[in-house]
Design a protein around this ligand. Structure first.
Ligand code: ZN
Length: 456
């Protein structure tokens, strides 16, 4: 069996690994590059999409599923294997990505016409995204082995990263490969704790936060609460740039708990201003039986952290625009999480220069994004073509992360009986730090470069 690392090698996006046996070729994820690396999405696949039999999809984040429509457009006729929540959420994520690309291409086409250049093509359009969904034909439950053709079988284990996320256990040619996908962090709301890895010949693990520990989730909630009370107390509003998937639902869950316990003002107006975030939140309500014990108990008491009196959901762009002049007393949760587009960008333009307001980052900010610039302390940033001074108070709370931190990764990998360990899905310094930590525990881990292969 040969495994080739075709994405998320020494970087955090574009997850994609090709597994080839004598009889079958499959991809572990087929994700999109984001931020700094996004030009790579337009490069041709280094394999024939028509020759791929399966895509084993760990979860519905765009950097794991985002190039499936391109794969289908270029000839893939096989099956996508995923959990039910992943399939439902991926549909929303892929459609949203298709819309965004159509819009972007339209803007670029106008520019190209002015310069007399040929108009750009989108990576995929809404039709491609819908067609891709027809290939999500194999649904998998945690812990249940599915036999594929050619003596290959797959088992998913709960990765505890986002709703429906899986650790892949792949059996082929008498060998076992485990791919962590994105590994969750322990003791978080909604999702269960990550499962231990089964013994394997090869463990491919992510290492996003391989170089740093997170603060605990409960400390992060306190930090969030304090930030909210500081900003609301001086008459400001809080912006929370949030990924539509999982982070938004976690933030709402936490805000619900803080509000219910009286730890933030009862008159606060919490607004979910994210069409995609609202749609994904509805899917979460549908799959509340996939939640952890506390989440299931909450729903069984007929409490819904996604629907409570202090929370409202914007329906239209006009609702969103009205918030620009609404002043203080609001917590606005809006996408995109790294401020690369979406409604948060408009809120930043209207509020970043206000000293009384606050911006609370609760997610990873990749290189080259507006979010990263703000987090790194830029005095001014360019937002929607305008220079805007950064005067609002900025918090970065990393304990909300949906990823295992350095210690959790090291423990999880160390506890696995693995013949070989390979680290992917992390910036190089993070993976190098994790490899050094593992070496001190007697485990040798290698860090592949893009396009590297190994034989098993
Ligand atoms: Zn993820």
């Amino acid at each position: 069996m040969r495994i080739t690392f075709l994405g998320a090698a020494k970087t955090v996006t574009g997850s994609c690994h090709l597994v080839e046996t004598d009889k079958v070729r499959l991809l572990l994820d087929c994700g999109m590059y984001q931020g700094h690396d996004s030009a790579r999405n337009h490069e041709p696949f280094p394999f024939d999409p028509a020759g791929i039999d399966y895509v084993v999809l760990t979860h519905a984040h765009l950097d794991h599923c985002g190039l499936i429509p391109k794969l289908v457009r270029e000839g893939f006729r096989g099956h996508v294997i995923s959990t039910r929540p992943t399939a439902d959420i991926a549909k929303l994520i892929l459609l949203d990505a298709a819309h965004l690309q159509e819009e972007e291409v339209e803007r670029e086409a106008r520019r190209a016409r002015r310069r007399g250049e040929p108009p750009p093509e989108p990576l995929f359009d809404v039709g491609d995204a819908l067609e891709a969904m027809d290939h999500f034909s194999i649904r998998i439950e945690y812990g249940r082995e599915i036999a594929l053709d050619h003596e290959v079988s797959v088992v998913f284990h709960d990765a505890g990263h986002i709703l429906g996320s899986g650790i892949v256990e792949l059996h082929a040619e008498g060998k076992t490969v485990v791919f962590s996908g994105d590994l969750g962090s322990w003791d978080r709301p909604i999702v269960r704790d990550p499962s231990p890895s089964p013994p394997c010949d090869l463990l491919i693990s992510e290492g996003t936060y391989g170089d740093r520990p997170h603060r605990s989730f409960s400390e992060s909630v306190e930090e969030f609460r304090d930030a909210i009370n500081i900003v609301l107390g001086r008459g400001g509003s809080v912006l929370v740039p949030s990924f539509a998937l999982e982070r938004t639902q976690e933030v709402l869950y936490v805000l619900y708990e803080l509000w219910r316990k009286g730890e933030i003002p009862q008159e606060v107006r919490i607004v979910l201003d994210s069409p995609l975030g609202s749609a994904v939140t509805r899917v979460f309500s549908k799959y509340s039986d996939w939640f952890d014990v506390e989440g299931r108990e909450l729903f069984s008491r007929h409490e819904n952290p996604f629907r409570f009196p202090a929370l409202s959901v914007t329906r239209t762009a006009e609702d969103s625009k009205r918030l620009n002049h609404a002043g203080g007393g609001y917590i606005i949760v809006a996408g995109s999480g790294m401020c690369t587009g979406g409604r948060i960008v408009h809120h930043l333009r209207h509020r970043l220069w206000r000293e009384e307001d606050g911006v609370v980052f609760v997610g990873y900010q990749a290189r080259g994004t507006l979010g990263r610039a703000i987090v790194e302390g830029a005095k001014t940033v360019r937002v929607l073509g305008e220079e805007v001074a950064v005067r609002a108070q900025v918090w970065t709370i990393n304990g909300f992360s949906a990823h295992a931190d350095r210690n959790e990764l090291a423990h999880w990998i160390t506890a696995t009986e693995a013949g070989r360990v390979v680290l992917v899905h992390g910036e190089e310094h993070a993976l190098t730090a994790l490899a050094a930590d593992l070496a001190s525990r007697g485990i040798e881990a290698t860090i592949p470069s893009l396009g590297d292969s190994l034989e098993l």
